[in-house]
Design a protein around this ligand. Structure first.
Ligand SMILES: C[S@@+](CC[C@H](N)C(=O)[O-])C[C@H]1O[C@@H](n2cnc3c(N)ncnc32)[C@H](O)[C@@H]1O
Length: 266
């Protein structure tokens, strides 16, 4: 008897199931407003932007759409190399940061759009290249990828988290918490393949640990990862922090970012 072919995998449904298993709650825009207010965004993300821009191919690109642009870490340097950038974000705090940078540097070719992944983008022109950097933790990933793809005349490019930093699982064990890793870059890669695209995958270097992170900073990150911690648990996190300079996560508990680009005009 012939072995039947396996059933096709519904990556979109699996992604949604994975998010549910992680207890994922979509962040409201206000959560990002608060983060934008923390100064020094640029300085803390310089290594990331350098690695991203080194891989971004702007050959033949005149217009760029940057979805989830934040305060313009990428929109602004990209604008120096193209005619026009459309920078879209649902956080007014992030866009205020972008507008301040535009005014400070006298940038004339970046248009901020206060829109979310799910708003109507009809007024936003389609661009040669559409990017979404670290901005795709959304409930419906396939819909977001399709939107980005449909708005890109030539190419699209995203970054997506790979796995957690070394130490996250150790800390979970120390706290006796069950910890389910968030969906990683395998999901968008498979969804793009199912969309008939040919994703090219590269990996950014491992993000630099913030060796200056203090015990309280690590406690705050542990709360982000595992939920509320009582006093005893907070003390255990501080003791773990004190045991080694490697016991710090810094800005992101992500080990490294996958850089995924594809042609949309094929
Ligand atoms: C980690 S920051 C990345 C900012 C910038 N792309 C970068 O790589 O430096 C994520 C950004 O995505 C935005 N974002 C998150 N969810 C969004 C949504 N549903 N619609 C629009 N923007 C969103 C946030 O406001 C934030 O500015």
């Amino acid at each position: 008897m012939n072995t039947p072919l396996p059933q096709p995998i519904d990556h979109s449904a699996r992604y949604r199931q994975h998010l549910l298993a992680c207890g994922f709650q979509p962040k409201p825009a206000s959560a990002w407003d608060a983060r934008a207010a923390q100064s020094s965004w640029k300085r803390r993300h310089d290594d990331y932007s350098e690695a991203f821009l080194a891989r971004l191919d702007l050959t033949g690109i005149a217009t760029v759409l940057d979805v989830g642009c934040g305060p313009g870490l990428l929109s602004l340097p990209v604008a120096a190399q193209v005619e026009q950038v459309h920078a879209l974000d649902y956080s007014s705090g992030m866009l205020d940061g972008l507008r301040a940078a535009i005014a400070r540097d006298g940038v004339g070719n970046v248009t901020p759009w206060p829109l979310s992944w799910t708003d109507d983008w009809q007024a936003v022109p389609r661009c040669d290249l559409a990017i979404a950097s670290r901005s795709l933790m959304v409930p419906d990933l396939e819909a977001a990828l399709r939107r980005l793809d449909a708005h890109a005349l030539q190419r699209a490019c995203i970054t997506f988290a790979t796995g957690p930093r070394a130490g996250v699982t150790e800390l979970a064990e120390l706290l006796g918490r069950e910890w389910v890793p968030m969906p990683d870059h395998r999901y968008p890669i498979n969804m793009l393949l199912d969309m008939g695209r040919e994703p090219q995958v590269d990996y950014l270097p491992e993000s630099v640990r913030d060796l200056d992170q203090d015990g309280d900073g690590l406690v705050r990150q542990a709360v982000d990862l595992f939920g509320a911690l009582d006093e005893d648990e907070q003390d255990r996190v501080r003791a773990w922090h004190a045991r080694s300079p490697q016991h710090r996560f810094g800005m992101a508990p992500t080990r490294r970012w996958a850089f995924i680009q594809w042609a949309t005009d094929c």
